[in-house]
Design a protein around this ligand. Structure first.
Ligand code: FMN
Length: 364
């Protein structure tokens, strides 16, 4: 088990409709005032990272969407030590522009910007903005080149790259980012292509929620592949957290979310997401095994089962850490209230259990 304290990120609600496709009341707002306050609450609560989302069109309950890079900068300006991960979609973004844009934000915020390269699953969105839609594994091949170009521009002078998707000729970015060796690079996806890309070029691999067995299988696979490339990759797992004083209350909230699911929107989202994954070589993808209930949370967050009392949740988080998880990416129903509760009630227990475990592992 890693001796590093497990880290926490929260999903930034920069898209309307919250994190569940349900008509249940969500006291969460996608606007900037709500989000600035949330970011401050989160850093005070002990969250290290905030993850923004990128969407270009309305789909499945997300009618309004703020752009991720601009929004990330606004949150960084409102905080002092939180790191914000800006989601970037190769296709609409070109890597030289992204490198320049993020280097400037990095300079303005003393190295607090990071990036999540998302390879895309929403064909309708690409059609809507006139971007060519690549098949599944081609999307990852392009994303891998995107990341190689980002790193090259961020770390080298006179950088040249000749790929199938991108070309760079003797380019020197000035100023380069302050963060060393460059802003951290996250990525999402669970397919074979996603894992191969993580093992080759990413610093962090984000996966959808899953059972401990499912998470362990992915971690083992990635770590073996990364070691073969003389690299190491850190792992973040998505979870929809429902922490309440009693387990009964927490389970009742989950049931209410599912009972109020927006059935049409869940099916539409599930169809698009599963279709995108089917075009992978192995015919799988992030959502291949997701049931209707799983899909009510966009990234299978119920499956991770951080639903219960603060102690139950803290114990499950420490168990995830023992499997090799480095970060928990948390979504909530009522973000501001629940981020505050998580920081006050759950996080201290996690730190206590981690310290106890470390003592047990340290020879007297
Ligand atoms: C934590 C996380 C965050 C993601 N954020 C976005 C996002 O903001 N926008 C988006 O279009 N896709 C997002 N994705 C989707 C992935 O980039 C990827 O397209 C999807 O997971 C398909 O993966 P697959 O190759 O395993 O099927 C995210 C995925 C994960 C796991």
């Amino acid at each position: 088990m890693s001796q590093q304290a497990i880290k926490f990120a929260y999903w930034v609600p920069n898209v309307s409709g919250g994190l569940v496709v349900s008509k249940i009341e969500q006291r969460t707002d996608w606007g900037i005032d709500y989000n600035r306050k949330l970011a401050r609450l989160a850093e005070a609560a002990g969250f290290e990272y905030a993850l923004t989302q990128i969407r270009f069109t309305a789909g499945y309950g997300a009618e309004f969407q703020h752009e991720s890079v601009a929004f990330s900068h606004a949150l960084l300006a409102a905080t002092t030590h939180l790191k914000v991960i800006a989601a970037i979609l190769p296709g609409p973004w070109k890597p030289a522009l992204a490198a320049k844009q993020l280097a400037t934000i990095d300079q303005l915020t003393e190295g607090r910007i990071a990036v999540n390269i998302v390879s895309g699953w929403f064909k309708g969105e690409f059609n809507a903005i006139g971007e060519h839609w690549l098949e599944h594994d081609e999307r990852y091949r392009r994303s891998e080149e995107f990341i190689r170009v980002l790193k090259g521009i961020w770390t080298q002078d006179n950088f040249t790259f000749k790929g199938d998707f991108y070309r760079v000729n003797n380019y020197t970015l000035k100023p380069k980012p302050l963060g060393l060796p460059h802003p951290e690079i996250f990525q999402g996806g669970s397919s074979r292509a996603a894992r191969d890309m993580a093992a080759s070029v990413s610093d962090w691999y984000f996966t959808n929620g899953n059972t401990p067995e499912g998470i362990k299988a992915q971690i083992d696979d990635i770590r073996v592949k990364a070691a073969a490339n003389q690299r190491s990759v850190k792992v973040g797992v998505n979870a929809f957290v429902i922490a309440r004083d009693t387990e009964q209350e927490a389970r009742a909230v989950l049931q209410e979310i599912i009972e109020n699911a927006d059935v049409e929107a869940v099916h539409a989202f599930g169809d698009a997401a599963k279709q995108a994954g089917k075009s992978s070589v192995e015919g799988e993808g992030n959502w291949a095994k997701s049931t209707f209930e799983d899909l009510v949370q966009y990234n299978d967050g119920f499956k991770t089962n951080l639903i219960g009392t603060p102690l139950q949740i803290a114990q499950r988080i420490v168990a995830l850490k023992a499997l090799g998880v480095d970060l928990v990416l948390a979504g909530f129903l009522h973000f501001q209230e629940e981020v505050e509760y998580f920081g006050r009630r759950v996080l201290p227990l996690v730190r206590e259990l981690e310290a106890r475990r470390l003592e047990e592992l340290t020879p007297a």
